[in-house]
Every structure is written in structure tokens, then in C-alpha cells.
Design a binder for this molecule. Sequence first.
Ligand SMILES: O=C(O)CCC(=O)C(=O)O
Length: 306
Amino acid sequence: MPQDLSRQHSPIGTLYPVPDTHEAWERYRLSDAQVAFYRANGYLGGVRVLTDNQLEVLRAELERLMKPDHPGRDLFHEYHVNESGQPGRILFHALGAWRIEPSFHDLLWNPAVLVPASQLLGGAIRLWHDQLFCKPPHHGGVVPWHQDYSYWTRTKPPNHLTCWIALDDSTLANGCVHYIPGSHRWRLLPTPEGRVGAPMEAILSVLTEDERHRFKPVPVEVRKGECIFHHGLSLHGSYENNTDTPRRATVVNVFGDGTRSDTNEPLLPGIPVVPQGYPLTGPFFPLLYAPPRASLQRPTHPAQSS
Ligand SMILES: O=C(O)CCC(=O)C(=O)O
């Protein structure tokens, strides 16, 4: 088995250059209009986070990771060659790529992700986990409507943010992610069935009449290398891919530093227990970024013990 890269809490390589001046960090900040859009709608698309070269390196690593005989496969927290419940459809889904391939590891320290994520969550951020969602050509499956946090209630308080990164142009035709604007202000919804294999519209069965009335999906198309940030309570899902090309994405899920465990079970498959009430720290929840306290201070990658 290859080395478990989760022991390393700073970038291993140089694929994502670390800014060396305060101004260079500041260039990654979202505009006030982008932040306002996120606050109003619960998501924000079209933020470029990968260069063409970074994208190509990630795609090559992804191709290896999707082979079920990858020698690092046991390091994934979850690995589903096909998580789709629809007959004849395929949805590849896996958690933990950062432990296995160096560019997925270093992606967690990509300033283009960290600075906006910290801005939107409001403070220092830690890794929750990463994910891969890939829909093959012609028979790509759906991801049913859900709120991410409804699967993460073992953490408290709900202070999570998702950065969904397109590794292919993501379009209406190939199964881009859809959102319900404003749903981040709704209540925490029950999960009608496991996300895995549920019908696309299963969530409708748990909505109130008023919520059903406000259920107006908006497709968010993004180009390869761009991301969508979304709130942990934003209702989202994605439809089938019937096109001739794949729709691949990687996801970085973060939470605000200070979030605590609300369980005495392992928070992710294969990792030690963080006792209930204790803050999420340690090897699997590294501190990724702490914003400068004053505008004159330079942000740093917290490479120190986490
Ligand atoms: O990739 C997709 O289609 C869905 C992704 C998703 O549900 C998520 O990132 O929470």
C-alpha cells in the first residue's frame, strides 16, 4: 500500500503555488458582490480555482484512482464504483483521495479554494473530507436532492462549506449541479432514504407545502477548473449524464475551526474516534488556513501540528 498522505499537513509539491506577499493572497478574495450572492442564495458558481495544468494533473491522478485495483484503495474512507440506485446508470463516488494521490492532497491547500472558503465561513477552516463524483458518458446517474449537513449531523454546530470543483465543463446536458436558491435558510430536512440510490425527487416527500412551492431548481453550469461554493444546508442535486463525454468533479468539504464531534462513533470510516463534545482536530481534520487577524499580517499555511 502506498504511504498515507494524510500524515502530511502542508503541500507536498509545488502544483499550487503559495503566494509570497499579502497582496498575492488578497487576489484570491471574492468580491463583495460574490459574497452577497452567496449569502442570499446559499451557493456561488463560476469561481476559477484550477489552472489548465493543475486540471490535467488531477485528471491523470483521477484516472488512476478510479481503477478498483489502485494500490491505495484501502485508504479511501468510502469507495463506490457505482453508487447509483437507477438501473443501467453509474455514479462513481469516493471519499479520501487526498490520502492517496499527491495532487489531490495538495489541492486542499490551494489558495484559490482556501481564501474564498475562509471568507464565506468566516474564520479558520479545517478539512472535513474530500469527495469524487464522476458520471460516465451515456449512462451517468443522478445525485438525488439533499442537504449535505443532513448527512453530517454527527458534528456540531452546523458550520460547513462545500467547494465543488468541475474537472469537465459541467452543463445542463451532462448533469450539472442544481440548487434551490435560499434553501440554506430552510430547516434541516430529514433524509427520505439514504442519499445512495434514492430516486432524484425523493426529497419532495418530506417537504412542507410551502417548501414544495419554493422548490424552484436552478442549474449552475460551470467550466472545467471552476468551482461552486455551497452552504451545508443548501438543497442541491444533479441529473443524468446522457452525453458522449464524462462529467467528473472533485469536492473539498471544510468546516469552521471549533466545530465539535457529536458522536462517540468514528466520524469517518477507518479513523479514530473523536469523543463527543471534543473539537475536531488531529490528522484527519487538518487546519487548512487561518486568515490574518489584521490586514497587515500575512496569512500562512498552518503547517504546524494540527
Ligand atoms: O457531483 C454531483 O453531482 C453532486 C455533488 C454533491 O452532491 C455534493 O458535492 O454535495
